[in-house]
Ligand binder design. Structure first.
Ligand code: HEC
Ligand code: HEC
Length: 270
């Protein structure tokens, strides 16, 4: 619901750029750039672009490329007869609408995030402005100059020091994958956090936390060994807030990053 309100407000704001002057007294003036700010935070361009590709492949047969192929439905208008919130859209797309030609789709999380982001932005999305990534070009970057397999594992190849990416394309949205590449710290998940451990007998272990319960913690150390420690053996346990994952915003071009994201989105773990 909140998302929808924000989206609706964004549209209003965009339509009435002078709203700040005409707002009733007492209404706090909104900072000028707020609409684009919300748009960016709510729907990542990478998600919108991914959604556009799914739409082209799966929805145009009925809805047409302009979203007006089904009588009485105008997907591009941003107003839906059966949906108010993003949750409603997710429900329609995954369950379909009973008794109509709208059938449910078996989408994973990344696909659902993409299609909702696209439906919300179909009106303004400029296909020309986004060069779609090419998965076939992304793969050799991941396996070669990107050096990703030094840390990550994909379908049995590569290292275990960083999370396995074999199913990253269904577990993470396009926008989140994109941010992992350009601002890794922002996407760190607690369970993946790198840790620095000193044991009671003075041994230092740097690694990644895999699992933790009341009495023990399991890590993958820098030599890719699985280490299980009783908490009573541990003298010092530091969870690092910086990521060993480098940002690629300067070492890969925007096109290369798009290709890498496109390739990672094909990794569905199946
Ligand atoms: C086989 C034809 C068909 C395909 C393919 C199809 N749809 Fe639909 N869709 C329909 C029909 C028909 C309706 C109108 C149902 C009704 O009468 O309420 C509809 C309705 C919808 C609605 C609700 C519109 C509203 O105003 O409430 C959304 C959202 C939607 N479709 C999204 C999608 C998306 C996204 C895809 C692709 C992933 C897709 N549809 C694929 C036939 C299709
Ligand atoms: C020096 C090691 C290292 C390299 C090189 C590296 N990564 Fe990472 N990456 C990590 C670590 C560690 C994490 C998880 C913890 C974190 O976010 O710090 C991570 C997280 C990720 C995530 C989020 C995965 C998840 O499920 O949380 C993605 C996606 C990713 N990396 C992709 C890449 C790609 C693509 C490349 C190459 C272009 C790459 N990484 C290179 C260490 C690395």
């Amino acid at each position: 619901m909140r998302r929808h309100l924000l989206a609706a407000w964004t549209v209003l704001w965009a339509a009435a750029p002078s709203a700040a002057q005409t707002a009733p007294p007492g209404t706090p003036a909104a900072p000028p750039a707020i609409s684009t700010e919300f748009a960016r935070v709510e729907y990542a361009p990478a998600d919108i672009a991914y959604g556009a590709r799914i739409y082209d492949a799966q929805c145009t047969t009925c809805h047409g490329s302009n979203g007006d192929g089904v009588g009485g439905v105008d997907l591009r208008s941003g107003r839906f007869r059966n949906a108010a919130s993003d949750q409603d859209l997710v429900r329609i797309v995954t369950n379909g609408i009973t008794g109509t030609g709208m059938l449910g789709f078996k989408f994973d999380g990344a696909e659902v995030s993409g299609i909702v982001a696209y439906l919300r932005n179909m009106n303004t999305f400029d296909r020309g402005s986004v060069k779609p990534g090419d998965a076939a070009r992304g793969r050799p970057i991941v396996e070669g100059k990107g050096g990703c397999l030094r840390c990550h594992r994909i379908s049995g190849a590569g290292s275990r020091v960083a999370p396995d990416l074999t199913d990253v394309g269904s577990a993470r949205s396009a926008g989140s994958i994109q941010r992992s590449l350009t601002d890794p710290v922002s996407q760190m998940m607690p369970i993946n956090r790198p840790v620095h451990v000193v044991t009671r007998d003075g041994k230092v272990i740097n690694g990644r936390r895999l699992n933790e319960d009341t009495y023990t913690v399991q890590l993958i150390d820098e030599q890719e060994r699985l280490v299980s420690l009783a908490k009573t053996e541990i003298r010092e346990f530091t969870i690092l807030s910086t990521s060993p994952m480098p940002s690629f915003s300067n070492t890969l071009t925007a096109d290369e990053l798009a290709d890498v994201v496109a390739y990672l989105l094909t990794l569905k773990g199946r």
